[in-house]
Design a protein around this ligand. Structure first.
Ligand code: TRP
Length: 363
Protein backbone atom coordinates (compact mmCIF):
# COMPACT_ATOMS: atom_id res chain seq x y z
CA UNK A 1 0.00 0.00 0.00
CA UNK A 2 1.21 3.49 -0.79
CA UNK A 3 2.27 5.70 2.11
CA UNK A 4 0.50 9.02 1.80
CA UNK A 5 0.54 12.13 3.95
CA UNK A 6 -2.28 14.62 4.14
CA UNK A 7 -2.59 17.50 6.52
CA UNK A 8 -3.57 21.13 6.54
CA UNK A 9 -4.40 24.33 8.38
CA UNK A 10 -7.23 26.80 8.49
CA UNK A 11 -6.21 30.09 6.94
CA UNK A 12 -7.33 32.42 9.70
CA UNK A 13 -4.02 34.15 10.34
CA UNK A 14 -0.30 33.89 9.84
CA UNK A 15 1.25 30.75 11.21
CA UNK A 16 3.18 30.98 14.46
CA UNK A 17 5.94 28.95 16.06
CA UNK A 18 3.34 26.75 17.76
CA UNK A 19 2.35 25.56 14.29
CA UNK A 20 6.03 25.16 13.48
CA UNK A 21 6.97 22.82 16.34
CA UNK A 22 3.52 21.23 16.38
CA UNK A 23 3.48 20.15 12.78
CA UNK A 24 5.27 22.20 10.11
CA UNK A 25 8.81 21.14 11.01
CA UNK A 26 7.77 17.50 11.02
CA UNK A 27 5.99 17.79 7.67
CA UNK A 28 9.10 19.13 6.03
CA UNK A 29 11.17 16.27 7.49
CA UNK A 30 8.62 13.73 6.27
CA UNK A 31 8.47 15.34 2.85
CA UNK A 32 12.25 15.08 2.57
CA UNK A 33 12.57 11.63 4.12
CA UNK A 34 11.74 9.86 0.89
CA UNK A 35 9.61 7.44 2.90
CA UNK A 36 6.30 8.63 1.53
CA UNK A 37 4.88 8.17 -1.91
CA UNK A 38 2.88 11.38 -1.80
CA UNK A 39 2.47 14.42 0.42
CA UNK A 40 -0.63 16.61 0.26
CA UNK A 41 -0.78 19.88 2.20
CA UNK A 42 -4.14 21.59 2.23
CA UNK A 43 -5.19 25.13 3.06
CA UNK A 44 -8.55 24.45 4.71
CA UNK A 45 -10.43 27.59 3.68
CA UNK A 46 -13.83 25.88 3.53
CA UNK A 47 -13.36 24.62 7.06
CA UNK A 48 -12.24 28.08 8.19
CA UNK A 49 -15.51 29.49 6.83
CA UNK A 50 -17.53 27.20 9.09
CA UNK A 51 -16.83 29.48 12.03
CA UNK A 52 -15.95 32.68 10.23
CA UNK A 53 -19.04 33.30 8.23
CA UNK A 54 -19.05 36.94 9.28
CA UNK A 55 -15.48 37.28 8.18
CA UNK A 56 -14.95 35.70 4.76
CA UNK A 57 -12.42 38.35 3.80
CA UNK A 58 -10.13 37.25 6.64
CA UNK A 59 -10.06 33.74 5.22
CA UNK A 60 -9.49 35.01 1.69
CA UNK A 61 -6.60 37.26 2.73
CA UNK A 62 -4.86 34.60 4.80
CA UNK A 63 -4.61 31.93 2.12
CA UNK A 64 -1.50 33.52 0.70
CA UNK A 65 -0.04 34.09 4.19
CA UNK A 66 -0.32 30.41 5.00
CA UNK A 67 1.08 29.44 1.60
CA UNK A 68 4.06 31.75 2.15
CA UNK A 69 4.62 30.31 5.61
CA UNK A 70 4.47 26.77 4.23
CA UNK A 71 6.91 27.36 1.45
CA UNK A 72 9.31 29.39 3.54
CA UNK A 73 9.49 26.55 6.07
CA UNK A 74 10.59 24.22 3.31
CA UNK A 75 7.44 22.64 1.95
CA UNK A 76 8.48 22.26 -1.63
CA UNK A 77 5.95 22.23 -4.48
CA UNK A 78 8.26 19.89 -6.38
CA UNK A 79 7.82 17.29 -3.63
CA UNK A 80 4.45 18.12 -2.05
CA UNK A 81 1.09 19.00 -3.48
CA UNK A 82 -0.04 22.29 -1.94
CA UNK A 83 -3.70 23.04 -2.59
CA UNK A 84 -6.81 24.91 -1.50
CA UNK A 85 -9.69 22.90 -0.04
CA UNK A 86 -12.57 24.86 -1.60
CA UNK A 87 -11.22 24.26 -5.08
CA UNK A 88 -11.85 20.54 -4.80
CA UNK A 89 -15.63 20.21 -5.04
CA UNK A 90 -15.32 16.41 -4.83
CA UNK A 91 -14.67 16.90 -1.11
CA UNK A 92 -18.20 18.27 -0.64
CA UNK A 93 -19.67 15.33 -2.45
CA UNK A 94 -17.81 12.85 -0.27
CA UNK A 95 -18.87 14.78 2.83
CA UNK A 96 -22.52 14.49 1.85
CA UNK A 97 -22.37 10.71 1.55
CA UNK A 98 -20.34 10.30 4.75
CA UNK A 99 -23.02 12.26 6.60
CA UNK A 100 -25.22 9.18 6.35
CA UNK A 101 -22.67 7.20 8.32
CA UNK A 102 -22.46 9.48 11.38
CA UNK A 103 -25.04 10.23 14.06
CA UNK A 104 -25.76 13.61 15.59
CA UNK A 105 -25.01 12.11 19.01
CA UNK A 106 -21.57 11.00 17.82
CA UNK A 107 -20.74 14.49 16.59
CA UNK A 108 -21.95 15.98 19.86
CA UNK A 109 -19.52 13.75 21.70
CA UNK A 110 -16.54 14.84 19.62
CA UNK A 111 -14.34 16.55 22.25
CA UNK A 112 -12.79 19.03 19.83
CA UNK A 113 -16.17 20.14 18.51
CA UNK A 114 -17.47 20.35 22.08
CA UNK A 115 -14.72 22.62 23.30
CA UNK A 116 -14.78 24.75 20.16
CA UNK A 117 -18.52 25.29 20.58
CA UNK A 118 -17.86 26.51 24.11
CA UNK A 119 -14.96 28.71 23.09
CA UNK A 120 -17.03 30.42 20.42
CA UNK A 121 -20.17 30.78 22.52
CA UNK A 122 -22.16 29.09 19.78
CA UNK A 123 -24.34 27.07 22.17
CA UNK A 124 -27.82 27.64 20.76
CA UNK A 125 -26.75 28.85 17.35
CA UNK A 126 -24.25 26.33 16.07
CA UNK A 127 -23.94 26.52 12.29
CA UNK A 128 -24.66 23.10 10.80
CA UNK A 129 -21.53 23.39 8.67
CA UNK A 130 -19.42 23.93 11.76
CA UNK A 131 -21.06 21.09 13.65
CA UNK A 132 -20.38 18.69 10.81
CA UNK A 133 -16.84 19.75 9.99
CA UNK A 134 -15.36 16.52 11.39
CA UNK A 135 -17.17 14.74 8.56
CA UNK A 136 -15.76 17.12 6.01
CA UNK A 137 -12.33 16.55 7.54
CA UNK A 138 -12.84 12.82 7.04
CA UNK A 139 -13.51 13.60 3.38
CA UNK A 140 -10.26 15.62 3.18
CA UNK A 141 -8.27 12.74 4.56
CA UNK A 142 -9.91 9.85 2.74
CA UNK A 143 -10.12 11.57 -0.66
CA UNK A 144 -6.35 11.24 -0.83
CA UNK A 145 -6.26 7.80 0.82
CA UNK A 146 -3.95 9.30 3.41
CA UNK A 147 -2.22 6.80 5.67
CA UNK A 148 -0.51 9.38 7.87
CA UNK A 149 -1.89 12.64 9.17
CA UNK A 150 0.67 14.77 11.06
CA UNK A 151 -1.34 16.94 13.45
CA UNK A 152 -1.40 18.42 16.93
CA UNK A 153 -3.02 16.54 19.78
CA UNK A 154 -6.20 18.61 19.54
CA UNK A 155 -6.90 16.94 16.19
CA UNK A 156 -6.91 13.36 17.51
CA UNK A 157 -10.71 13.21 17.82
CA UNK A 158 -10.95 14.16 14.12
CA UNK A 159 -8.72 11.29 13.10
CA UNK A 160 -10.67 8.93 15.34
CA UNK A 161 -13.92 10.07 13.74
CA UNK A 162 -12.38 9.59 10.29
CA UNK A 163 -11.33 6.04 11.16
CA UNK A 164 -14.88 5.28 12.25
CA UNK A 165 -16.30 6.62 9.01
CA UNK A 166 -13.82 4.59 6.99
CA UNK A 167 -14.66 1.48 8.94
CA UNK A 168 -18.38 2.03 8.51
CA UNK A 169 -18.13 2.82 4.81
CA UNK A 170 -15.92 -0.16 4.08
CA UNK A 171 -18.21 -2.56 5.89
CA UNK A 172 -21.48 -1.19 4.51
CA UNK A 173 -20.28 -0.84 0.92
CA UNK A 174 -16.87 -2.08 -0.16
CA UNK A 175 -13.32 -1.68 1.14
CA UNK A 176 -12.24 1.34 -0.87
CA UNK A 177 -11.25 3.78 1.91
CA UNK A 178 -8.03 3.77 3.91
CA UNK A 179 -7.88 4.17 7.70
CA UNK A 180 -5.45 6.95 8.53
CA UNK A 181 -3.13 7.23 11.52
CA UNK A 182 -2.33 10.46 13.32
CA UNK A 183 1.30 11.38 13.76
CA UNK A 184 1.74 13.48 16.89
CA UNK A 185 4.51 15.95 17.71
CA UNK A 186 7.66 14.53 19.31
CA UNK A 187 7.08 15.81 22.86
CA UNK A 188 4.59 17.56 25.09
CA UNK A 189 6.13 21.00 24.60
CA UNK A 190 5.73 20.65 20.84
CA UNK A 191 2.21 19.43 21.20
CA UNK A 192 0.98 22.41 23.14
CA UNK A 193 3.43 25.26 22.95
CA UNK A 194 2.23 27.94 25.39
CA UNK A 195 2.10 31.62 24.52
CA UNK A 196 4.98 33.80 25.69
CA UNK A 197 2.85 34.81 28.71
CA UNK A 198 2.61 31.17 29.73
CA UNK A 199 -1.13 31.49 30.26
CA UNK A 200 -2.51 29.45 27.43
CA UNK A 201 -1.92 28.09 23.97
CA UNK A 202 -0.54 30.62 21.54
CA UNK A 203 -3.37 32.59 20.06
CA UNK A 204 -3.65 35.68 17.98
CA UNK A 205 -6.48 37.12 20.06
CA UNK A 206 -4.40 36.84 23.25
CA UNK A 207 -1.44 38.65 21.66
CA UNK A 208 0.98 36.06 23.03
CA UNK A 209 2.35 34.67 19.76
CA UNK A 210 5.69 34.60 18.05
CA UNK A 211 5.00 34.48 14.32
CA UNK A 212 7.14 32.77 11.71
CA UNK A 213 7.30 36.08 9.92
CA UNK A 214 8.40 38.08 13.02
CA UNK A 215 11.61 40.07 12.59
CA UNK A 216 14.80 39.20 14.48
CA UNK A 217 14.20 42.19 16.75
CA UNK A 218 10.61 41.13 17.47
CA UNK A 219 11.75 37.68 18.47
CA UNK A 220 14.51 39.02 20.67
CA UNK A 221 12.17 41.45 22.39
CA UNK A 222 9.49 38.84 22.97
CA UNK A 223 12.01 36.48 24.53
CA UNK A 224 14.19 38.89 26.51
CA UNK A 225 11.53 41.35 27.69
CA UNK A 226 8.20 39.59 27.65
CA UNK A 227 8.67 35.89 28.13
CA UNK A 228 7.36 34.49 31.41
CA UNK A 229 9.83 32.53 33.54
CA UNK A 230 9.66 31.80 37.26
CA UNK A 231 8.29 34.64 39.38
CA UNK A 232 9.92 33.17 42.49
CA UNK A 233 13.35 33.24 40.92
CA UNK A 234 14.29 36.74 42.12
CA UNK A 235 18.02 36.34 42.58
CA UNK A 236 20.42 34.32 40.47
CA UNK A 237 21.29 32.27 43.52
CA UNK A 238 17.66 31.27 44.15
CA UNK A 239 16.60 27.80 43.04
CA UNK A 240 14.46 28.11 39.90
CA UNK A 241 11.36 26.19 38.89
CA UNK A 242 10.84 24.58 35.52
CA UNK A 243 7.14 23.98 35.68
CA UNK A 244 5.19 26.65 33.82
CA UNK A 245 8.50 28.29 32.90
CA UNK A 246 7.98 29.25 29.27
CA UNK A 247 11.67 29.64 28.45
CA UNK A 248 12.34 26.03 29.40
CA UNK A 249 9.21 24.78 27.64
CA UNK A 250 10.44 26.47 24.46
CA UNK A 251 13.89 24.95 24.96
CA UNK A 252 12.19 21.54 25.18
CA UNK A 253 10.63 22.26 21.81
CA UNK A 254 13.62 23.79 20.02
CA UNK A 255 16.86 22.77 21.67
CA UNK A 256 19.23 20.05 20.46
CA UNK A 257 22.52 19.01 22.06
CA UNK A 258 24.48 20.57 19.20
CA UNK A 259 23.15 23.99 20.20
CA UNK A 260 25.12 23.79 23.43
CA UNK A 261 28.40 23.31 21.57
CA UNK A 262 27.65 26.48 19.66
CA UNK A 263 26.10 28.74 22.25
CA UNK A 264 26.74 27.44 25.75
CA UNK A 265 29.60 24.94 25.73
CA UNK A 266 29.83 24.80 29.54
CA UNK A 267 26.77 22.50 29.44
CA UNK A 268 26.50 19.27 27.46
CA UNK A 269 22.75 19.25 27.11
CA UNK A 270 19.44 20.66 28.26
CA UNK A 271 19.25 18.38 31.28
CA UNK A 272 22.46 19.83 32.72
CA UNK A 273 21.13 23.33 32.22
CA UNK A 274 17.86 22.44 33.92
CA UNK A 275 19.73 20.85 36.84
CA UNK A 276 21.76 23.99 37.36
CA UNK A 277 18.68 26.18 37.16
CA UNK A 278 16.73 24.19 39.75
CA UNK A 279 19.78 24.01 42.04
CA UNK A 280 20.14 27.79 41.93
CA UNK A 281 22.95 29.94 40.62
CA UNK A 282 21.76 30.29 37.02
CA UNK A 283 20.09 33.53 35.93
CA UNK A 284 17.14 33.85 33.56
CA UNK A 285 19.04 36.14 31.21
CA UNK A 286 21.58 33.49 30.35
CA UNK A 287 18.86 30.95 29.60
CA UNK A 288 16.88 33.46 27.58
CA UNK A 289 19.97 34.33 25.55
CA UNK A 290 20.42 30.68 24.68
CA UNK A 291 16.82 30.42 23.56
CA UNK A 292 17.13 33.60 21.55
CA UNK A 293 20.23 32.29 19.78
CA UNK A 294 18.51 29.04 18.91
CA UNK A 295 15.35 30.71 17.69
CA UNK A 296 17.23 33.24 15.62
CA UNK A 297 19.21 30.43 14.00
CA UNK A 298 16.00 28.49 13.30
CA UNK A 299 13.90 31.31 11.91
CA UNK A 300 16.43 33.45 10.05
CA UNK A 301 16.54 31.21 6.93
CA UNK A 302 12.76 30.85 7.01
CA UNK A 303 12.34 34.62 7.13
CA UNK A 304 14.78 35.06 4.24
CA UNK A 305 12.95 32.55 2.07
CA UNK A 306 9.68 34.29 2.87
CA UNK A 307 11.11 37.63 1.71
CA UNK A 308 12.14 36.05 -1.57
CA UNK A 309 8.73 34.45 -2.10
CA UNK A 310 6.95 37.70 -1.24
CA UNK A 311 8.56 39.22 -4.33
CA UNK A 312 6.61 36.89 -6.59
CA UNK A 313 3.11 36.42 -5.21
CA UNK A 314 1.61 35.39 -8.58
CA UNK A 315 4.04 32.45 -8.58
CA UNK A 316 2.74 31.34 -5.17
CA UNK A 317 -0.87 31.45 -6.40
CA UNK A 318 0.24 29.48 -9.45
CA UNK A 319 1.73 26.81 -7.18
CA UNK A 320 -1.63 26.56 -5.39
CA UNK A 321 -3.55 26.45 -8.66
CA UNK A 322 -1.41 23.64 -10.05
CA UNK A 323 -1.54 21.79 -6.74
CA UNK A 324 -5.31 22.11 -6.70
CA UNK A 325 -5.49 20.62 -10.20
CA UNK A 326 -3.44 17.62 -9.11
CA UNK A 327 -5.44 17.22 -5.88
CA UNK A 328 -8.73 17.38 -7.80
CA UNK A 329 -7.70 14.51 -10.03
CA UNK A 330 -6.91 12.30 -7.07
CA UNK A 331 -10.09 13.25 -5.22
CA UNK A 332 -12.15 12.59 -8.35
CA UNK A 333 -10.65 9.11 -8.64
CA UNK A 334 -11.57 8.30 -5.03
CA UNK A 335 -15.05 9.78 -5.44
CA UNK A 336 -15.63 7.58 -8.45
CA UNK A 337 -14.55 4.50 -6.46
CA UNK A 338 -16.86 5.59 -3.64
CA UNK A 339 -19.81 5.98 -5.98
CA UNK A 340 -19.11 2.61 -7.55
CA UNK A 341 -18.98 1.02 -4.12
CA UNK A 342 -22.28 2.71 -3.24
CA UNK A 343 -23.68 1.54 -6.56
CA UNK A 344 -24.82 5.01 -7.52
CA UNK A 345 -22.93 4.80 -10.78
CA UNK A 346 -26.10 3.98 -12.73
CA UNK A 347 -24.96 4.87 -16.21
CA UNK A 348 -21.82 2.73 -15.99
CA UNK A 349 -23.77 -0.18 -14.57
CA UNK A 350 -24.60 -2.36 -17.59
CA UNK A 351 -25.92 -5.11 -15.36
CA UNK A 352 -28.44 -2.78 -13.74
CA UNK A 353 -29.69 -1.57 -17.10
CA UNK A 354 -29.97 -5.12 -18.40
CA UNK A 355 -31.88 -6.33 -15.35
CA UNK A 356 -34.25 -3.42 -15.41
CA UNK A 357 -34.91 -4.12 -19.10
CA UNK A 358 -35.58 -7.80 -18.45
CA UNK A 359 -38.16 -6.92 -15.85
CA UNK A 360 -40.35 -5.47 -18.55
CA UNK A 361 -39.63 -7.90 -21.35
CA UNK A 362 -42.62 -10.09 -22.07
CA UNK A 363 -45.00 -7.97 -20.01
N1 TRP B 1 -8.80 20.97 11.52
C1 TRP B 1 -7.47 21.36 11.11
C2 TRP B 1 -7.07 22.59 11.95
O1 TRP B 1 -7.92 23.21 12.55
C3 TRP B 1 -7.36 21.70 9.64
C4 TRP B 1 -7.72 20.55 8.75
C5 TRP B 1 -8.77 20.49 7.86
C6 TRP B 1 -7.03 19.32 8.63
N2 TRP B 1 -8.78 19.32 7.22
C7 TRP B 1 -7.74 18.56 7.65
C8 TRP B 1 -5.92 18.76 9.27
C9 TRP B 1 -7.36 17.26 7.32
C10 TRP B 1 -5.54 17.46 8.93
C11 TRP B 1 -6.25 16.72 7.97
O2 TRP B 1 -5.92 22.94 11.98
Amino acid sequence: MEKIILTGDRPTGRLHIGHYVGSLRRRVELQNSGEFDKTYIMIADAQALTDNIENPEKVRQNIIEVALDYMSCGLDPAKSTLFIQSQISELCELTFYYMDLVTVARLQRNPTVKSEIQMRNFEASIPVGFFTYPISQAADITAFKATTVPVGGDQLPMIEQTREIVHRFNSVYAPVLVEPKALLPENEACQRLPGIDGLAKMSKSLGNCIYLADSADDIQEKIMKKMYTDPQHLYVSDPGHLEGNVVFTYLDAFCKDEHFERYLPEYANLQELKDHYTRGGLGDVKVKKLLNNIMQETFEPIRQRRKELEKDIPYVYEVLRKGSDVARETAAQTLSEVKNAMRINYFDDKELIRMQSEKYIGE
